[in-house]
Structure formats: C-alpha cells, structure tokens
Ligand binder design. Sequence first.
Ligand SMILES: O=C([C@H](O)CO)[C@H](O)[C@H](O)COP(=O)(O)O
Length: 215
Amino acid sequence: MARPLIQMALDSLDFNQTVELADKVAPYVDIFEIGTPCIKYNGINLVKELRQRYPDKLLLVDLKTMDAGEYEAGAFYAAGADICTVLGVSGLATIAGVIKAAKKHAAETQIDLINVADKAECARESVKLGAQIVGIHTGLDAQAAGQTPFGDLNDIARLGLGVRISVAGGIKQATVQQVVEAGANIIVVGAAIYGAPCPATAAREIRELVDAAAA
Ligand SMILES: O=C([C@H](O)CO)[C@H](O)[C@H](O)COP(=O)(O)O
C-alpha cells in the first residue's frame, strides 16, 4: 500500500499561533491544511507565509468554494496552494471552474462531499470533470451531533474511482488504523493534534500509527 499522507488541519483564527503550530508538527505531516475559518479570517497572506516557510510541503486551502469557482480559487492557486477544496453541493459548473483554475497552475482540486445527499454520484461526476481528490468529511457541527465519516468512507472507497480519497471528521489515534484499512489515502487530523497537551507528540503518534497500518 502506498504510504497514506497525513494532513494537519490548521483551524485556529490566530495567524501566529497557526504558523507556530505548523512549525511544531511539520516533521510528522505531509500536507498543511489552512482550515476554512482560518483562511476566512487570515486570507491569502497566510497562504503566502506557509508557502514561503514550507516549500516542500503540500498546501491545501480549505476554501469550500460554493460559487464563482474559477475566480475564487484562482487567486489561492496563484499564491501557492497545491490543493483547493470545492463543495460538492455547489454543483458541477462551480466544480469545473475550480478544476480549470487548478489546471492553470498545475495544481489539484478536492471535492468536499460534506452534506451532499448522493455522495457516490457527486464523486463520480467530479472525477469525470478532473478532480483528483474526493473528500469524505464530517464537519465539526455534524461531529458535535454524533456523526462520523466511517460509513461514507467505506461506501466511496468501494466505488474504485481511481483517485485519492481524503477522510476528515474527528480522526484520532484510536481511529487511524480503521480509516487506513478502509482505503483512505489522505488522513486529515485537526483537534486530535491541536487540542493535545503536546501537539508534536500527538502528530508523531499519528504518523507512527498511519505508517504501521499501511505497512
Ligand atoms: O474542515 C474542517 C472543519 O469543517 C472546519 O473547517 C476540519 O478542519 C476537519 O474536520 C478536520 O478537523 P477535525 O475534525 O478536528 O480532525
């Protein structure tokens, strides 16, 4: 099995805390995600800062674009994003726009299936349009209501779409093995790292567990 990637969700609103957290966990993660609240609060300068500090890390900007796909995402790809997210619920025209912007910058597009009713259909159509990553995502509010991403991950993995599958939604040490075995290629972790007493230790534990599960 190819080594799954670990994506650190940077969900603080504070610019400096975000950069400090990125510094702490950098040795253990492959992708820095600038989370949706964080990018809305801090804007494109944070993309430029992380791009400059970490030229060798992948940088995902969690725009969760809902409209004006090419226009909105284009600026973030130009600033150094490797991946931007677009909502599956936005519709195929918006998804196509983000994919067009990504192509201009030799970058990638992730479809976020959060709150999509027919996830399989949306994933299939998005992949046909050229999306490289399908994101299974139980958002923070849905997590608070007791939902998890595991059932959807199994369903989408079974489709054999031939693209990478990302999973997000409360993933922690206890559930890493389960999602790797279910076929996730990108494991997104936020609170289990940034909420830990020592984020670097938590990130190292996740790295070891992901690598062991994939071995
Ligand atoms: O995308 C996220 C959320 O919707 C806020 O934008 C989180 O970054 C994602 O859920 C990962 O965080 P955890 O669920 O805390 O692991």
